[in-house]
Design a protein around this ligand. Structure first.
Ligand SMILES: Cc1ncc(COP(=O)(O)O)c(C=O)c1O
Ligand SMILES: N[C@@H](CCCC[NH3+])C(=O)O
Length: 425
């Protein structure tokens, strides 16, 4: 019986793991490993879950492109109607490169530089999510110099526990993000008087890989109290941005669906007479996380008294989540064997760091040369890759039914240092 994986578009057929209709063995042969493989259908299905949740309601879904900013992914979401949540001038450039509608771009991030603000104003983005009073002052200055008006939401830090990994929790008061909820009213009052600034909305983003609705509703309750205080102070807003954060299945998580979230949000908005507000969401991981796998080959097996190691050709430079967060990614042999002994393996890369591991203590029946798929590698995977140890970043492939597209070729060795120079002698 074929094992079922966490990702519907990556399943076993006749004993071989496929991406849609393509056997992953074929892609490894043709393009080499390590290799990122994405499924176009998975992107579409994930988008559909948001579209169905939205229904006729006034919701703008801005894809949090930091999760995976490959142009093919961005273009797919643009064509499906997505806006974009950006956090840098670089991400703005990517959005503009695929012809994204600037009126559907929100600009988040705690450290926006003046040039980034200028570029975003020039492009005409929908909204700046402002994270401090100092940023607000800089934005007003930049907007005035440009003769432009910057529409803003203040990103409020509601001090709620998103019940996720501390490194990806962003809505607690000890986190660097946002303006403390207690200070928000005063900063809004200042914003309302600043030339160059137009108050448009309220924003928060409490964390990532969230699997329950309760933390969102805790945050929402605090934002609703703020919105009422703003109304009393004569400051009307048009939209409420609840950020991203919906989690995916890495192993056996129970999931929060966009429908459950939006139904609960609109119920509360309507109860407060705020059903007219536009809701903005900034999902990243939940749109792409299970649309990708990282393929890697076993270079060596190594057995010591304490451990069995599978040394593979992918490494922490390709996928840093395991060592950075202790994150779990399922590991599937692409063509599972039955004849080898099953042992507990640590899957480690060739990088000179003890932290260079992708999975630990996995029961696997494998041999040298076997191909493994590291699952759920569509989000925060290639996007966080580096060239550490002068390793070219992997190629990225998009599968679409029977079609295979190289959406980013493997980096060449020369490209890793051809812009460097040595000192004149
Ligand atoms: C401001 C902001 N919006 C959206 C996201 C996307 O989050 P996620 O990938 O968890 O949906 C992030 C990342 O956590 C973020 O920092
Ligand atoms: N990079 C993190 C998520 C961070 C979200 C960005 N605010 C992860 O891989 O889970």
């Amino acid at each position: 019986m074929n094992r079922v994986t966490v990702a519907p578009q990556f399943q076993f057929r006749n004993g071989v793991l496929h991406a849609e209709n393509i056997p992953l063995t074929r892609l490894a042969q043709e393009f080499g490993t390590p290799l990122y493989v994405y499924s176009r259908q998975a992107l579409n299905e994930a988008w559909k879950s948001y579209r169905q949740a939205v229904g006729q309601r006034n919701v703008l879904v801005c894809y949090g492109m930091k999760a995976n900013s490959n142009l093919a992914v961005l273009n797919e979401f643009k064509n499906l109607g997505a806006g974009f949540d950006i956090v840098s001038g670089g991400e703005l450039a990517r959005a503009l490169a695929i012809g994204a509608d600037p009126h559907k771009i929100v600009f988040s991030g705690v450290g926006k530089q003046a040039w980034e603000m200028q570029a975003a104003l020039k492009a005409g983005v929908k909204c700046f999510n402002v994270e401090s009073e100092a940023e607000l002052a800089r934005l007003a200055q930049v907007a005035n110099q440009a003769g432009a008006i910057a529409a803003v939401s203040l990103r409020v830090n509601p001090d709620v526990d998103a019940k996720t990994h501390p490194y990806i929790s962003t809505g607690l008061k000890e986190n660097k993000f946002g303006i403390a909820i207690e200070q928000a009213l005063a900063v809004y009052q200042r914003a309302a008087t600043l030339p160059g600034i137009k108050v448009l909305g309220v924003d928060c983003h409490i964390g990532s890989q969230i699997t329950e609705v309760a933390p969102y509703l805790d945050a929402l309750d605090k934002l609703l109290a703020l919105i009422e205080a703003l109304a009393q102070a004569g400051i009307a807003i048009e939209h409420l941005d609840l950020g991203g954060g919906i989690g995916i299945r890495y192993t056996d998580e129970t999931l929060l669906s966009p429908t459950v979230l939006l139904d609960a949000v609109f119920e509360r908005l309507e109860a407060h007479g705020l059903g007219h507000l536009q809701v903005v969401l900034e999902p990243g991981r939940s749109l792409v996380g299970n649309a990708g796998v990282l393929l890697t080959s076993v270079e060596y097996l190594k057995h010591s008294e304490a451990k069995n190691f599978a040394i593979v050709d992918a490494a922490m430079n390709d996928l840093i989540r395991p060592t950075l967060y202790g994150a779990w990614h399922d590991v599937e042999p692409v063509a599972p064997r039955t004849e080898s002994a099953t042992l507990a393996y640590d899957i480690v890369g060739p990088i000179c760091e003890s932290g260079d591991w992708l999975a630990r203590d996995r029961q696997l029946a494998i041999k040298q040369g076997d191909l493994l798929a590291i699952m759920s590698a569509g989000a925060y995977a290639f996007a966080m890759a580096s060239q550490y140890n002068t390793r070219p970043r992997a190629a990225e492939i998009m599968v679409d039914g029977d079609q295979v597209h190289v959406v980013r070729p493997r980096e060449t060795l020369a490209s890793l240092f051809d812009s460097e120079s040595v000192l004149p002698s």
